[in-house]
Write a protein that binds this ligand. Structure first.
Ligand SMILES: NC(=O)c1ccc[n+]([C@@H]2O[C@H](COP(=O)([O-])OP(=O)(O)OC[C@H]3O[C@@H](n4cnc5c(N)ncnc54)[C@H](O)[C@@H]3O)[C@@H](O)[C@H]2O)c1
Ligand SMILES: [Zn+2]
Length: 348
C-alpha cells in the first residue's frame, strides 16, 4: 500500500540542530555533497555526526553503473545499525537528493529520509514531490522510485554560497511555476536585472506550496494531474542532456519553445504571449540560434525517444499554455515536436 503524507517543511536561517531531527536511540547517516566541505558553517555542523558519506555532486553520481559500488561502501559503513533506528539525511543539490532518495528507498526496502536542499533548484523543486532517479546508460532519470522524505529543512545560509549560474537555474523553475500558477506569484516576480537572494528566499514558501497543491492531488502520478509540472521540461530535458545546461536554464529555454508553439496553435493570445515572452527573455534570452547548428533532427529524435514519458505510439503529453496560469496538456506525436522544432529554427 503506497502512502503519501506531506513532509514537514522548515524554513530556517542556519543548518538545523542535530536534536531537532534525531531522537534518542536513532542514528543518522548523512549523505553530503563534498563541495560543501569548503563552507565553514557546514564543516562545524557535519562534525557532530558519526556516520557520514561524502559524494561528488553531478550527473555521474546518478549513473546506475556506479550505484553498486556506492551501495556496498555505504552498507559496510552502516552494517552495525539496525534498520529500525536508521535515518538518512541528504544534504546537497538535486543530484545528491536524487541519489540519496533512491538509496533510502531501496536500502533494506526503505528507511526514513530527510532532505536539506542546498541549491535553489533543490529547495524549490527536486526535494519536493517524492521523486528520485538514477540515469541509465541511455537516458536520464530512467530508474527511480516514489519516496517522500519525512521532513525538509530549507536553510538560507547554506544556499547563499551558490554561484550565480546555479541561482539563475533555480530562477528558471520559479518562472515556470509562475507561468503555471499565474497570479498572485506572477506579479511578485523580481524585475531588477540580477535576482537577489532575499527576493528568491521570500518567494520560496509560496512556490513550494504551489508544488504540493499539485503533488498532493496525484502523489504517485496515477492520473495526469502532475503532468502540468512538466511545463518547459520536454525540450528542457533534451537541452540539459545535449548541452549540459543547468536544469532550470534548460527549462527556461523549453518555456520559450512552449510559448512559441502555444501561440502558433492559437491557444495563447498575443497579449499574454508578449507579457510572458518579454519577462522570460529579460532573464533567459532565447539561445536557439546558438544551439540549432549543434542539433540535428536525428539527434533530437533519439533524445525524445529516450524520454520515459513516451507511450507505445511514440506520443507524449506536452504542456501548452492557454494563458498565464492556464496549462493545457495535449498528447502530441514526437514527429510533430521535431517538425515544430525545425520550423521554429531550434534544430537543423
Ligand atoms: N527528483 C526530482 O523531482 C528532480 C526535479 C528537478 C531536477 N532533478 C535533478 O536535480 C539535478 C540538478 O539539481 P542541482 O542543479 O541542484 O544539481 P547538483 O546537485 O548537481 O548541484 C549543482 C552544483 O552546485 C553545487 N552546489 C550544491 N550546493 C551548493 C552550495 N550551497 N554552494 C555552492 N555550490 C553548491 C554542486 O556541488 C554542483 O556542482 C539533476 O540531476 C536533475 O535531474 C530532480
Ligand atoms: Zn524541473
Amino acid at each position: 500500500m503506497r502512502y503519501y503524507k506531506k513532509p514537514k517543511i522548515n524554513y530556517i536561517e542556519s543548518l538545523p540542530e542535530k536534536n531537532s531531527f534525531v531522537s534518542e536511540g536513532e542514528t543518522v547517516l548523512v549523505i553530503y555533497d563534498l563541495l560543501l566541505s569548503e563552507i565553514e558553517e557546514f564543516k562545524a555542523w557535519i562534525e557532530q555526526f558519526e556516520y557520514i558519506y561524502g559524494i561528488m555532486a553531478g550527473e555521474a553520481l546518478k549513473s546506475i553503473k556506479s550505484f553498486p559500488e556506492h551501495f556496498s561502501t555505504i552498507s559496510n559503513k552502516i552494517s552495525n545499525i539496525s534498520k529500525k533506528s536508521l535515518k538518512i539525511i541528504a544534504i546537497g543539490g538535486g543530484s545528491v537528493g536524487d541519489f540519496s532518495g533512491f538509496f533510502a528507498s531501496v536500502y533494506k526496502r526503505g528507511v526514513p529520509l530527510l532532505h536539506i536542499p542546498t541549491t535553489w533548484l533543490a529547495a524549490i523543486d527536486s526535494a519536493h514531490g517524492g521523486k528520485n532517479a538514477l540515469n541509465s546508460t541511455i537516458a536520464k532519470n530512467q530508474i527511480g522510485t516514489f519516496y517522500f522524505p519525512e521532513e525538509i529543512f530549507i536553510c538560507k545560509n547554506i544556499i547563499s554560497y551558490l554561484p550565480d549560474d546555479q541561482t539563475l537555474s533555480g530562477f528558471g523553475e520559479i518562472v515556470k511555476t509562475a507561468m503555471l500558477s499565474g497570479e498572485p506569484l506572477w506579479s511578485k516576480l523580481p524585475t531588477q536585472s540580477k535576482v537577489s537572494l532575499d527576493k528568491i528566499w521570500s518567494l520560496i514558501p509560496e512556490i513550494v506550496d504551489i508544488k504540493y497543491g499539485i503533488v498532493s492531488k496525484d502523489p504517485f502520478e496515477d492520473t495526469s494531474v502532475r503532468q502540468v509540472l512538466n511545463l518547459g521540461h520536454t525540450i528542457g530535458h533534451i537541452l540539459e542532456k545535449r548541452f549540459d545546461l543547468p536544469h532550470g536554464e534548460a527549462v527556461a529555454q523549453g518555456l520559450h519553445f512552449t510559448l512559441d508553439w502555444s501561440i502558433e496553435k492559437k491557444y495563447l493570445v498575443k497579449a499574454d504571449y508578449d507579457i510572458m515572452k518579454s519577462y522570460l527573455s529579460s532573464y533567459f534570452p532565447c539561445i536557439k540560434d546558438k544551439i540549432s547548428e549543434h542539433m540535428t533532427k536525428e539527434m533530437t529524435l533519439q533524445l525524445l525517444l529516450s524520454d520515459k514519458k513516451l507511450d507505445l505510439n511514440q506520443k507524449l503529453n506536452f504542456v501548452f499554455l492557454k494563458g498565464l496560469g492556464q496549462p493545457y496538456v495535449e498528447s502530441v506525436n514526437v514527429v510533430d515536436i521535431i517538425s515544430k522544432l525545425y520550423h521554429h529554427s531550434w534544430i537543423s
